[in-house]
Write a protein that binds this ligand. Structure first.
Ligand SMILES: Nc1nc2c(c(=O)[nH]1)N[C@H]1C(S)=C(S)[C@@H](COP(=O)(O)OP(=O)(O)OC[C@H]3O[C@@H](n4cnc5c(=O)[nH]c(N)nc54)[C@H](O)[C@@H]3O)O[C@H]1N2
Ligand SMILES: Nc1nc2c(c(=O)[nH]1)N[C@H]1C(S)=C(S)[C@@H](COP(=O)(O)OP(=O)(O)OC[C@H]3O[C@@H](n4cnc5c(=O)[nH]c(N)nc54)[C@H](O)[C@@H]3O)O[C@H]1N2
Ligand code: SF4
Ligand SMILES: [Mo]
Length: 719
């Protein structure tokens, strides 16, 4: 076996067991991990202790390697830790009590119908997730627009990669996380990895960074913390959180000053350079050092190495993106790539490391507030006509764009009275979470479909228990834009239903007996047609194609018909000939640095940034149910530099209070030199006293509507 060995999670054969019976007893069923956007291939077999994960080396992206989360994922299939029957809140006791499926679905349909009758369709909200398969995301969007007729739908992907998506669309006319296969990273000459802790968030991908260095390439990591990823770097820049925009502009300033731009490329493949160049010229190295804290010689070194490399890439993740200026920040990094002639050239360019299991597909098929399937715009009359045609409805009946995720959560109990939530746990993961929790509690009606009783499900009027990854079939699109088939390998426990069955049951009760099939392949066939001609065109992809080539998948866009002689091969590499803009040219966007929404001051003198640890996933709803993962990462903490700790008189392991204008949390301090002295870090995986999002600021990016998870001002005090 070839599992990822790390200090927290030693490599050993999978022993995670589940009670499920395998649909096929004989060979391993090839499938994919339920968690992050790498979508590692794995096999599932029945072992002595239950369902076991085995290596699936033929799948190219991870080549058999898995992190501890993927390796232990079958533990969450066990009925001991999950929901196995619907729950309905009793009018008498006020508690959630077991109920039958008919009663539960009747209650949800009734709750939504009452709201709609009393306040209109837009009083019904829908909140989805980037972990949902393409089929589910598509059906959820259709359910909101066609059955409920509401504009009020958005999803947790807004909290994830929306700034990179907005910047990518603005510059290239299209957003696909990576415009090239991940393996290309190993063969570039210089990689700047901005705000990604890949070693903990996508461990099997670390091999591409190792190969890059073995091939003689340079790895530069930009992170306020000396993470396990930063430890791999040739050069680690540690800017103050929220200053990546100035950093990128400062690097481009130096590239221009030293004559490192690619004038022929700029002329032939881009527009807007003059304005962008003018904006850059104000960002002098000394000024940038003052803002970022990165010394001028380091800036110069990076600018030179990046411009001189024959092939070079910038990859961003949540560090620079989860800021109220995330779109402009990513735009500045893209400008650096364009000015040096990278995008659309071999082994070069800009990419975003998308986060959730179906973070890519989940943003393409219509659960986003402004979007229709195929990455079409809800405001585009031709897009509305096409999708309405596939759905058999009048285009004028489709609502317009709704609110973004945080704005929707903030409106709960106001003009949005009922919510159907599928695939997210905002009580833990939304910014300013105490306020969001209070908004959720003020709803007239809340229905949650989940696999476990999450912190948000605990507040619901009806909880619908659903099947999990290994118990159902569906497609996901990984961070490379590679569409993959996850196959059912295990029979679900009695008492749970699929999300598609839930939506079918609700749609029929609300007068739409047709149009909401429960067979995922049937949904995919409709999605193909709905996406045809769109930006994310899946029309040439079929379930049949997805099992070919050992299930290596097909990259979108893949137009045309899936079968026959001329079937399109898919598009592993984008932009080689032209960009997806109308004139085929990439757009420079003139951007300038600006402050974070909340800068530190006398009262709140320290910057708080937030993120992840290796052994927990997201709100922890799933991974906090796995003993081995809890042993590795048992609870929340705050990372504090020894100098700051000494000033506060806190020792390693001692409890401290972290206070922001939104609230107060109490957690143990983890004293480490691997963080800037002016910054503290908290992971956001836990609810309760140590919930990081009690502190975070909900300032939104004006374009992407991404909240500022990565920067707010706090003070630390004795607990
Ligand atoms: N173990 C684990 N893996 C996961 C997940 C998980 O929850 N746990 N979630 C998945 C998902 S949905 C996502 S989105 C990805 C996220 O993957 P990453 O983006 O790698 O994860 P984060 O820890 O949120 O942030 C990465 C780094 O950004 C740094 N950072 C903080 N502020 C700034 C800043 O202002 N500028 C810069 N340059 N860096 C900053 C943090 O110190 C952190 O090390 O991970 C995926 N994989
Ligand atoms: N402070 C801070 N906050 C953050 C971030 C940060 O870096 N810092 N990162 C943000 C990011 S990038 C993200 S992606 C969000 C994620 O935060 P959440 O949206 O809360 O993500 P999860 O914890 O994955 O929640 C998914 C929920 O759906 C359930 N679930 C899983 N699969 C299915 C399914 O197929 N169907 C149904 N019905 N339910 C399912 C899970 O059990 C879980 O309860 O958090 C954001 N919040
Ligand atoms: S890296 Fe991501 S996809 Fe791979 S095993 Fe870990 S959580 Fe699963
Ligand atoms: Mo994410």
């Amino acid at each position: 076996m070839h599992f990822m060995a790390t200090s927290e999670q030693a490599a050993r054969p999978a022993a995670a067991s589940g009670p499920g019976t395998l649909a096929s007893d004989t060979a391993a069923t090839p499938t994919h991990c339920p968690y992050c956007a790498l979508q590692c291939g794995m096999g599932l077999v029945r072992g002595p202790g239950g369902v076991e994960v085995v290596e699936r080396p033929a799948f190219p992206v991870n080549g058999g390697a898995l992190c501890g989360k993927g390796r232990t994922a079958p533990a969450v299939l066990s009925s001991r830790v999950r929901l196995t029957g619907p729950l309905v809140r009793s009018a008498v006791s006020g508690e959630l009590e077991p109920a039958g499926w008919d009663e539960a679905l009747d209650r949800v349909a009734d709750g939504l119908a009452r709201t709609r009758a009393a306040y209109g369709a837009d009083a019904c909200g829908v909140f989805g997730g980037g972990g949902l398969t393409n089929e589910k995301a598509y059906t959820l969007g259709k359910f909101a627009r066609v059955v409920l007729g509401t504009s009020q739908i958005d999803y947790n992907g807004r909290f994830c990669m929306s700034s990179a998506a907005a910047a990518g669309t603005r510059a290239f006319g299209l957003d696909r996380g990576l415009p090239f296969p991940l393996a290309d990273v190993a063969r570039t000459g210089c990689l700047i990895l901005v705000g990604s802790n890949l070693a903990e968030t996508m461990p099997p991908a670390l091999r591409y960074l190792t190969e890059l260095k073995e091939n003689g390439g340079t790895l530069i990591v930009v992170d306020p913390r000396r993470t396990r990823t930063a430890e791999q770097a040739d050069l680690h820049l540690a800017p103050r959180p929220g200053t990546d925009l100035a950093l990128a502009l400062g690097l481009l300033h130096l590239v221009v000053a030293e004559g490192g731009t690619d004038e022929a490329y700029i002329r032939e493949r881009t527009t807007g350079w003059e304005e962008a160049r003018a904006a850059v010229m104000a960002h002098w190295p000394e000024y940038v050092e003052r803002i970022t804290g990165v010394p001028v010689p380091q800036l110069r070194d990076v600018a030179r190495r990046f411009a001189a490399a024959e092939h070079a890439m910038v990859l961003t993740a949540r560090g620079p993106e989860q800021q109220a200026k995330g779109t402009d920040t990513v735009g500045a990094w893209i400008n650096l790539c364009l000015a040096t002639g990278r995008p659309g050239r071999p082994l070069s360019g800009y990419g975003c490391l998308t986060g959730q299991g179906n973070g890519q597909g989940g943003r393409e098929h219509g659960q986003k507030a402004d979007q229709l399937p195929g990455y079409r715009k809800l405001t585009d009359p031709a897009a509305r006509a096409h999708v309405a045609g596939v759905w058999g409805v009048d285009p004028d009946s489709l609502p317009g764009p709704g609110r973004s995720a945080y704005e929707l959560l903030d409106a709960l109990g106001g003009d949005v009275k009922s919510l159907l939530l599928m695939g997210s746990n905002p009580v833990v993961s939304a910014p300013r979470a105490a306020h969001v929790e209070e908004r959720i509690r003020s709803l007239d009606f809340l229905a949650v479909a989940d696999v476990v009783l999450s912190e948000t499900a605990q507040l619901a009027d009806v909880v619908l228990p659903v099947t999990q990854w290994a118990e159902e079939t569906g497609t996901v699109t990984n961070l490379e834009g590679r569409v993959l088939l996850r196959r059912r390998a295990v029979d679900p426990p009695d008492g749970v239903r699929t999300d598609l069955e839930v939506l079918h049951g609700l749609a029929s009760r609300l007068g739409h007996g047709k149009g909401f099939p429960v067979d995922p392949e049937e949904v995919f066939e409709e999605l193909r047609r709905a996406s045809a001609g769109g930006v994310a065109d899946y029309s040439g992809i079929s379930y049949g194609r997805l099992v070919e080539d050992e299930g290596a998948g097909v990259f979108w866009p893949c137009p045309g018909a899936p079968d026959g002689e001329g079937a399109h091969a898919g598009t592993p590499r984008l932009f080689l000939e032209r960009f997806a803009t109308e004139d085929g040219l990439a757009r420079f966007v003139p951007v300038v640095h600006r402050d974070s929404a909340e800068e530190p001051d006398g009262e709140y003198p320290v910057v708080l940034t937030t993120g992840r640890v290796l052994a927990q996933y997201q709100s922890g709803a799933q991974t906090r149910r796995v003993d081995e993962l809890n042993a590795a990462a048992p609870g929340p903490f705050v990372e504090v530099h020894p100098r700051l700790a000494a000033r506060l008189r806190v020792a390693d392991g001692e409890t401290v209070a972290v206070v922001s204008r939104r609230g107060r949390v109490v957690v143990p301090a983890r004293v480490t030199p691997g963080i800037r002295p002016d910054t503290v870090f908290m992971p956001f995986h836990w609810p309760g006293e140590g919930r990081a999002n009690t502190l975070t600021h909900p300032a939104l990016d004006p374009v992407s509507r991404m909240p500022e998870f990565k920067v707010c001002a706090v003070r630390l005090e004795p607990a």
